[in-house]
Design a protein around this ligand. Structure first.
Ligand code: CDP
Ligand code: CDP
Length: 681
C-alpha cells in the first residue's frame, strides 16, 4: 500500500533573520531532531570571505573573485570545509565577521553561493538558514521562518557565545558591529535581508533556544501532516480521469462489439471492438476476451456519463516492440494483408501493428485477407513504422527450389519442359525453376529447321544429355525413334525390299533402304551362282531387290539377301559323273559349247564335242538350239559346275552299232560302255 513516509521525502525549511537571531543553532537542532540536512549559508559567505582575505584581494572588487571557480566550500555536519580543510573556527573570527557583509553583497559572490545552495537543497529534507533563503534562494520552500530579536539581545547572545569560546570582545563593540551588519545586510542592493511575505515571523528576544526549536518543529510537523492527509484524500477519491490516462480495467461484461471494464471510477469503462484491435476480421469480443480479464487501456474520451477506453495506442506501443524484436532476431513474420493502398502497396497486420508492404516488394501471393510470411526490411521505432517485403522471401524460396531442382536432375533423366525461346542454334527449354539448352542437332534425327518443329510455349519431352556447372544440355531426338527403329518397326525378316547401292565394300554392298537406314548385302547373298561377280555386276546407285534375312536391333544392323529371292536350279539336280543326260546347246563358242542340261547350265569343252578332234570351227557342227545327249564328266553343285562330253556319247553310240554288228559274236565279254565307265571314274 501507499506509504506517507515514502512519499514525503522532500521538505524544505527556510530560516532567515539577522545576525544572532538564532538561525544556525536552531536550524542545527531541528535538523537533528527531524533528521533534516542543515545548510548554514552564512557559513558559506564567511568561508568565501576567509579565502578572499587569505588571497589579500581588494574585497570590494568583483573582478578579483575569479578564484570562486577554483575553490570548494562544503557545509556538512555543522562543519565548514574550505578546499577540504575544516575552517569552522576561522570563519567566526572578528576579521571575517567584520568583512563578510562587504563580500556577501557582491553579485559574483551571491550568484555562485545561490547556485551551490540550490544544488544542495535539491533532494531530501533540508533546513537552510541565511538572509535570503525564503525570498531568493528557495522561494518555494515548504516552511519559511523569519527569526528576529532585538539588537541588544542578539549582541548579548553573541557576547556570551564569544566569551564561552574565549573570544574577548566587549558588548558595545559587538552591538555596534551587529547594527552595522544589520544595516548593510538589509540595505544592500542584491537579495537584502527581508522577511518573505509567506514567512512566519518569530521574535525570539524572550525565547530560549528550546522554545524556538519546539515551535519550529511543531510547525514542520503540522505542515507535513496536512500535506500527507491531502495526498491520502487525493488517493481515496476516484481520480478524475482525463483523455490519455492509462488505467487497468477488469472485464465485467462481454458483448459482441463492446466490453465493459471496472476501472474503479464513477462508472465502468466502455471499450468498442475497433478500439481493442485493428484487425478488421475480428468480428466479436467473444472468444477473445472473457470476464475477469485484466486489460491495460487508455482513456480515449470522457463525458459526464461514460468513460471510453482504447487499447490501440498501447498495443501499438507494446506490440511495436515485437516488430523491433523480430527484426533484431532476423525472423520473418506471418502477417495478414488487410488493405491495399492503390499504386503504393499494402497494409499488413502483425500483432496489431500496421506495417507497410510496398508494391515493389509484393508478389502475386499478396492478396487481401490472406496470411503471408514477410521479412522486415526497415523499422522506424520513433514513428512506429516498418517496411516489409514478400518478394525477398519468394526470391529465396525460388533460389532454394531452383537449387533443389537442379540437384535432382541427372544426366539421362527424361523431363517435361516448355519451349521458352527458339533460335537458329536451338531452343531454350524451361522446367519449373531451371532451363536447359536444346541444340538444333538434338531436335530430331534428321536435319530440321528448329522454328518449324518447335514453338514458344510448346510442352515437350527432352532427355538430359549433359550437366556441367549447373548448365543443362538436352536432347529431343534421343527420345524419338531413330530411322532404323522406325524402319524395323515397319519391316520384318523375309520382307522383300528394294535398296539403292550406296557403298561397294570388298565383302558386299551397302544398300540404302530409306534415308539414314542401310543394310548389308553380303557377297555370299548376292547370288546362288558362285560364279556371279557382284562387284562387276552393279554400280553405285543401282536398285537391287533383296529380302531382309536378319535384323540386329541392338547393333542396328540389317542383313539382306538377293539370292534368297532367286530360284536355285541346282537344288533339283541329282546326277553324278557318268550319267547320260539330254543337253540343249545354248551357245557355240570356240573352246566349247554352252549347254543346258538337268535344268542348269553346263559346258562341253571343244575336245569333248566331237568324236574325233578336229581343228575346225565347232559352229560347223553345232548350232544354238541343237539337242543331243552327253555324259557327265564333272559335277559340283556347290560351284554350279557341270561338265559334259558329247564325244563319249558318240563313241558309245558307235560302239553300240558296232556291237549290233557283232551281235552274233557272243565271245564279247566286256562291253565298251563298261570299259569307258571305268576309265572316266
Ligand atoms: O554571524 P552571524 O550568524 O550573524 O551571520 P551569518 O549567518 O554567519 O552570516 C554572515 C554574513 O553573511 C551575513 O552578515 C550576511 O552579510 C551574509 N549572509 C548573506 O548575505 N546571505 C545569507 N544567506 C547568509 C549570510
Ligand atoms: O546564526 P545566528 O547568527 O542567527 O545566531 P546563532 O549563532 O544561532 O545564535 C547566536 C547565539 O545566541 C548563540 O550562542 C545561541 O546559543 C544564542 N541564542 C540564544 O541564547 N537564544 C536564542 N533564542 C537564540 C540564540
Amino acid at each position: 500500500m501507499y506509504k506517507v513516509g515514502n512519499f514525503m521525502n522532500r521538505f524544505i525549511v527556510a530560516i532567515d533573520g539577522p545576525a544572532g537571531s538564532g538561525k544556525s543553532s536552531i536550524s542545527k537542532l531541528v535538523a537533528q531532531k527531524r533528521k533534516f540536512i542543515h545548510l548554514d549559508t552564512g557559513a558559506m559567505y564567511r568561508a568565501v570571505t576567509l579565502e578572499a582575505l587569505n588571497r589579500k584581494i581588494d574585497l570590494a572588487d568583483e573582478k578579483c573573485y575569479d578564484f570562486l571557480n577554483d575553490i570548494s566550500i562544503i557545509y556538512k555536519d555543522s562543519k565548514t570545509y574550505l578546499n577540504g580543510v575544516d575552517v569552522s573556527k576561522e570563519i567566526r573570527s572578528e576579521l571575517v565577521t567584520a568583512n563578510v557583509s562587504t563580500v556577501a553583497k557582491l553579485k559574483v559572490v551571491r550568484d555562485k553561493m545561490v547556485f551551490f545552495q540550490r544544488e544542495s537543497a535539491k533532494t531530501g529534507k533540508v533546513i537552510v538558514d541565511g538572509r535570503d533563503i525564503g525570498t531568493v534562494v528557495l522561494p518555494n520552500a515548504d516552511l519559511k521562518i523569519f527569526l528576529t530579536a532585538s539588537a541588544e539581545e542578539r549582541a548579548k547572545r553573541r557576547f556570551l557565545e564569544n566569551k564561552e569560546m574565549g573570544i574577548d570582545i566587549d558588548y558595545e563593540t559587538i552591538l555596534k558591529e551587529i547594527k552595522e551588519r544589520d544595516y548593510k545586510d538589509s540595505n544592500r542592493e542584491i537579495a537584502p535581508l527581508k522577511k518573505a511575505s509567506d514567512a512566519i515571523e518569530l521574535d525570539t528576544t524572550k525565547m530560549t533556544i528550546a522554545e524556538v526549536c519546539n515551535f519550529i518543529i511543531k510547525l514542520i510537523d503540522e505542515r507535513l501532516n496536512s500535506m500527507e492527509s491531502f495526498e491520502m484524500k487525493e488517493l481515496n477519491m476516484p481520480k478524475r480521469l482525463k483523455v490519455g490516462d492509462i488505467v487497468e480495467g477488469e472485464v465485467v461484461s462481454v458483448q459482441d462489439k463492446t466490453i465493459y471494464l471496472d476501472i474503479h471510477n464513477f462508472t465502468e469503462g466502455t471499450m468498442h471492438l475497433d478500439h481493442y484491435t485493428k484487425d478488421k476480421s475480428v468480428e466479436s469480443f467473444k472468444n477473445i476476451v472473457k470476464i475477469g480479464d485484466k486489460i491495460k487501456c487508455e482513456v480515449a474520451k470522457v463525458n459526464e456519463d461514460n468513460i471510453y477506453l482504447s487499447r490501440l495506442n498501447l498495443i501499438s506501443e507494446e506490440n511495436f516492440k515485437l516488430v523491433v524484436e523480430q527484426k533484431e532476431l532476423g525472423n520473418d513474420i506471418e502477417v495478414k494483408v488487410i488493405s491495399e493502398i492503390k499504386d503504393k502497396g499494402y497494409i499488413v497486420l502483425y500483432k496489431d501493428n500496421q506495417l507497410f508492404l510496398p508494391k515493389s516488394q509484393s508478389t502475386k501471393e499478396v492478396e487481401i485477407n490472406k496470411n503471408i510470411v514477410v521479412r522486415i526490411l526497415e523499422v522506424d521505432e520513433k514513428h512506429k513504422r516498418a517496411v516489409v517485403s514478400r518478394r525477398v522471401i519468394e526470391q529465396e524460396i525460388y533460389q532454394e527450389n531452383k537449387a533443389k531442382e537442379m540437384d535432382s536432375i541427372n544426366v539421362g533423366d527424361v523431363l517435361k519442359g516448355k519451349v521458352a525461346k527458339v533460335e537458329k542454334y536451338g531452343a531454350i527449354i524451361r522446367f519449373n525453376y531451371n532451363q536447359g539448352l536444346l541444340k538444333a542437332n538434338q531436335v530430331a534425327h534428321t536435319f530440321v529447321d528448329v522454328a518449324q518443329v518447335l514453338h514458344v510455349g510448346d510442352e515437350i519431352e527432352v532427355k538430359v544429355v549433359k550437366k556441367e556447372n549447373n548448365k543443362l544440355e538436352l536432347s529431343r531426338k534421343a527420345l524419338l525413334e531413330t530411322p532404323f527403329e522406325l524402319y524395323v518397326k515397319n519391316h520384318k525378316v523375309s520382307d522383300k525390299v528394294v535398296g539403292k547401292v550406296s557403298n561397294k565394300l570388298p565383302f558386299g554392298l551397302l544398300l540404302e533402304l530409306c534415308p539414314n537406314v542401310k543394310g548389308l548385302l553380303h557377297s555370299k547373298e548376292y547370288s546362288h551362282n558362285p560364279n556371279d561377280n557382284f562387284a562387276s555386276c552393279v554400280k553405285i546407285g543401282d536398285e537391287v531387290e533383296v529380302a531382309i534375312i536378319a535384323i540386329d536391333k541392338e547393333n542396328e544392323k540389317i542383313s539382306l539377301s538377293r539370292k534368297a529371292l532367286m530360284d536355285n536350279p541346282w537344288t533339283r539336280v541329282n546326277a553324278s559323273v557318268g550319267d547320260l543326260v539330254d543337253i540343249k546347246i545354248t551357245n557355240v563358242l570356240e573352246n566349247g559349247l554352252e549347254v543346258e542340261a538337268l535344268g542348269v547350265d553346263g559346258f562341253v569343252p571343244a575336245s569333248e564335242a566331237l568324236l574325233e578332234s578336229k581343228n575346225d570351227n565347232l559352229a560347223q557342227y553345232y548350232a544354238s538350239g541343237d539337242t543331243t545327249k552327253a555324259y557327265i564328266t564333272d559335277i559340283n553343285p556347290k560351284e554350279w559346275k557341270l561338265r559334259l562330253s558329247i564325244k563319249k556319247y558318240l563313241m558309245e553310240e558307235e560302239r553300240k552299232s558296232y556291237e549290233k554288228y557283232m551281235s552274233d559274236t557272243q565271245e564279247a565279254k566286256v562291253s565298251l560302255g563298261d570299259m569307258l565307265k571305268k576309265v572316266l571314274k
